[in-house]
Design a protein around this ligand. Structure first.
Ligand SMILES: Cc1ncc(COP(=O)(O)O)c(C=O)c1O
Length: 379
């Protein structure tokens, strides 16, 4: 049996998305900047995709900018807002994706910025009182906090954070890569300046994403070059990626309620099955309250050869992860688990689900886990 439980790292391409992309890989190949009919045809596909995405998150099409994915959008939001908006202070957390934390550390090491790291509560949620204390600083501040953590699944109360930022006139950037295409985002409901999206997290193609930049915010491009994306991002557009992303986003919204209900059911089923079968099992983060329905971070009792668990699961055909995709192998490399004071002597595994998973796959994975634990106890 082959089981894919690493959907927070990436998802499979939806066949309907592939079908929408194929004409743009075959004969609709014009450069969207060309003024002849070939170019006009592909320009129209790009602007149609932008309009569709903008409608789904309730913004104007002029506030959507296509990027190569979440990493580029995070870099653009952080680096360009600091350069252009007179920001000298940033507040973020140590459990952000490296596309955010390494960018902030880089700017701090060059002397461009002071970074304050907000504290957490025991369940891994941001301490909002500490955030407010940090915001009392009198300099113009950028707050960069992710909407959902990709390793433990915790959800940030984005609206509350946006109200705090508004109170102190701070610029708010949220890495929304793990929630775009999984939850409805109504940008008129939160006072957010920058958000982002990566298509491969919801059955779209890799290497394409978008960033939302609130129309009131004026920054310079991160990638200079041609006048594409209304002078905000140089480079010939990833045409088939953009078309595929818009299709995947549309499908995700069309089926959102149904998929959410189904995937949450899988997660709850796995929690219950693990509790029944593995004594001392724990879950990292706030897994049953304010948590992404696609992610379950499991902390297993200490065992001999715990670092071999992922490898053994892989041999049994089960793909899971120790943390994010970039921290393969054991959880020792996970800055997120370290950041939330997780007991690092216990092996942790992240299972992340999609609409394509089944309860039978969970039965199989839990059975295999139990066998490994039993074997390790004998050694
Ligand atoms: C929270 C978060 N931010 C950013 C990224 C990076 O996105 P991309 O792969 O599109 O560069 C990821 C992907 O792993 C992610 O999970």
């Amino acid at each position: 049996m082959k089981v894919y439980f690493d959907n927070a790292a990436t998802t499979s391409l939806d066949p309907e998305v592939l079908e929408a992309m194929i004409p743009f890989l075959e004969n609709k190949f014009g450069n969207p900047s060309s003024i002849h009919s070939y170019g006009r045809e592909t320009r129209s596909a790009i602007e149609g995709a932008r309009k569709k995405i903008a409608e789904l998150i309730n913004v104007s099409p002029g506030e959507i900018f296509f990027t190569s994915g979440g990493t580029e959008a995070n870099n653009t939001a952080i680096r360009c807002s600091i350069e252009k908006l007179g920001i000298k202070h940033a507040i973020s957390s140590t459990i952000e994706h490296h596309a955010v934390s390494h960018t902030l550390e880089d700017l701090e090491s060059k002397g461009d910025l002071k970074v304050s790291w907000v504290k957490f509560k025991k369940d891994g949620h941001v301490d909002l009182e500490h955030l407010e204390n940090l915001l009392r600083d009198n300099t113009r501040t950028l707050v960069s906090l992710m909407h959902a953590n990709n390793e433990i699944g915790n959800l940030l109360p984005l609206k509350k954070v946006s109200e705090l930022c508004q109170k102190y006139d701070a610029v708010l950037h949220s890495d929304t890569v793990q929630t775009m295409g999984h939850y409805v985002h109504d940008m008129q409901d939160v006072n957010l300046h920058f958000a982002n999206c990566s298509a491969h997290k919801f059955h779209g193609p890799k290497g394409i994403g978008f960033m939302y930049i609130n129309g009131d915010v004026k920054i310079d491009p991160f990638i200079t070059g041609g006048s594409q994306e209304r002078n905000m991002r140089g480079g010939t557009e990833n045409l088939y990626g953009i078309v595929g992303m818009a299709k995947a986003f549309e499908i995700a919204h069309r089926n959102m309620e149904k998929d959410q209900h189904y995937i949450q059911g899988l997660k709850t089923y796995m929690v219950d099955l693990l509790k029944e079968n593995i004594s001392g099992v724990k879950f990292n983060g706030d897994h049953d309250k304010s948590s992404l329905y696609t992610v379950l971070s499991v902390s297993l009792p200490p065992m001999t050869n715990g670092e071999m668990l992922l490898f053994n699961l892989d041999i049994s055909g089960i793909a899971a992860s120790g943390g994010s995709a970039c921290t393969s192998g054991s959880n020792q490399g996970s800055h997120v688990l370290q950041g939330i004071d997780c007991d690092m002597s216990r092996p942790s595994i992240r299972f992340s689900f999609s609409k394509e998973n089944t309860k039978e796959e969970i039965d199989y994975a839990v059975k295999k886990l139990c066998e490994f634990i039993e074997l390790s106890n004998k050694n």
